[in-house]
Write a protein that binds this ligand. Structure first.
Ligand SMILES: Cc1ncc(COP(=O)(O)O)c(C=O)c1O
Length: 412
């Protein structure tokens, strides 16, 4: 007798980041010499986790009604203003002058991705994702009976436009539609930043498909961790203004990352297109999904975003704190890259953000041996292992490349 539904049968979380990280954390409690480079949460050099002081301050000044009442499934007008101000900063006017825009809060970036994928595909249609990529993209698709196709992300040190287009052509030939996720900037797991030209080339390709609906899910979870800063990351999004009517862009935003409010679960979906109908349809579907799945989002965090966005003084405070985080990340990355070069450890191209990734075919054995022989916990991604620079102090990073190189050389 089977009680579980057919669609739910055999669904088991495997090699999941949260699970592996929980194991690493438990092991580290028993043995503090363990190096835990598993999870994508920022820890300071003294090993502490802290949210931004300014976020904490705004949060602690909220009234009960701002925190404990329900919010609405669509987030309300103040949140819509706030997320658009934050996500686009000085390019907001130009985006809105060229495209129809709609937005809705979601439980983290994950909620935005889930809703975007669910409302863009029908069962048995295909989601195109990069390889390597953030693991849950696969589950987000397969949990709802969508197929997954992957393209290899790199051509040397650049975005693999040719490989991307080849996979798009194959899907379009079979399904007359394309839905894809690109995670940029500070790509998880590699730290790659697409150039504005590369993003424009993706849009140009979609435009060339004329009557084929193309959905670009632009997962910008780590946008505010980019060394380039807010001006450059927002300026790049002007590439979207060039999209034709057959293109819909769903930007998935993660306040988990931007404000270090990981467990509070707030993100947002921002829909853009020259085709007003497409935006309205997707928005209505997203709101329906929200009300009938998670109902509404964390009201306190919605209020934090609203307050943070409308006060230049709070934004200044945030910028100062953020700069410190970015500088710490930068010095960790510099050290790891320098030592990797010294020992000949090959890395995927890294420009910024929380993670660096090492290509490695036999990744599961290498990860097991890293634990057994070096007490190092890292995470598997497609044919590679990911190092979470965000959670490792410089003292753990020093010498890390050499240890990883030794194990890879022995077992890969
Ligand atoms: C690439 C990427 N996208 C989206 C998310 C979703 O973030 P959250 O749902 O925690 O806001 C994450 C979180 O780790 C991520 O790494």
């Amino acid at each position: 007798m089977k009680i579980v539904a057919k669609h739910a049968e055999g669904k088991v979380l495997k090699s999941d980041g949260f699970q592996i990280s929980a194991e690493a954390k438990l092991a580290k409690k028993k043995d503090p010499s363990i190096i835990d480079g598993t999870l994508g949460t920022f820890y300071f050099e003294d090993g502490s986790f802290k949210t931004f002081k300014v976020v904490h301050k705004v949060m602690s000044e909220l009234k009960d009604e701002d925190v404990y009442l329900y919010s609405t499934s669509d987030g309300g007008p103040a949140f819509k203003e706030a997320i658009l101000d934050w996500a686009f900063k000085e390019v907001r006017k130009e985006i809105e002058a060229n495209l129809t825009v709609a937005t809705i809060p979601t439980p983290g970036g994950t909620g935005a991705l889930t809703s975007s994928v669910f409302n863009s595909l029908d069962p048995q249609e295909t989601l195109l994702i990069p390889s390597p990529c953030w693991g849950p993209y696969v589950g987000i698709a397969t949990n709802r009976a969508f197929k997954v196709e992957k393209f290899f992300m790199f051509d040397g040190d650049a975005f693999n436009l040719k490989g991307f287009i080849e996979k798009c052509e194959k899907i379009i030939a079979a399904e007359r539609k394309l839905v894809t996720i690109i995670n940029d900037p500070c790509n998880n797991p590699t730290g790659y930043n697409m150039t504005k030209k590369e993003l424009e080339a993706v849009i140009d390709y979609f435009n060339s498909k004329k009557d084929i609906p193309c959905v670009l899910i632009y997962d910008c979870a780590y946008i505010d961790m980019a060394v380039e800063g807010m001006k450059e990351t927002r300026d790049k999004m002007l590439a979207f203004t060039k999209a034709n009517e057959n293109v819909l862009i769903s930007i998935t935003f993660s306040f988990s990352k931007t404000f270090f409010i990981y467990g509070q679960r707030l993100g947002g979906q921002i829909l853009l297109s020259k085709n007003k109908e497409s935006v309205i349809e997707q928005y209505n579907a997203a709101n329906f999904t929200a009300r009938n799945t998670w109902s509404n989002c964390n009201k306190g965090m919605i209020r934090v975003v609203e307050e943070m966005t409308k006060s230049p003084a709070l934004i200044d405070e945030y910028q100062v704190e953020l700069e410190e985080v970015i500088q710490i990340l930068n010095s960790r990355a510099k050290l790891f890259k320098r030592e990797s070069k010294e020992v000949g450890l090959k890395l995927y191209p890294y420009h910024g953000g929380f993670f660096i990734t090492i290509p490695c075919e036999n990744n599961m054995l290498v990860l097991q041996k890293l634990v057994e022989e070096e007490k190092i916990y890292l995470l598997p991604v497609d044919n590679a292992v990911r190092v979470a620079l965000c959670s490792l102090p410089l003292s753990d990073i020093k010498g890390l490349a050499k240890k990883i190189k030794r194990v890879i050389q022995k077992y890969n």
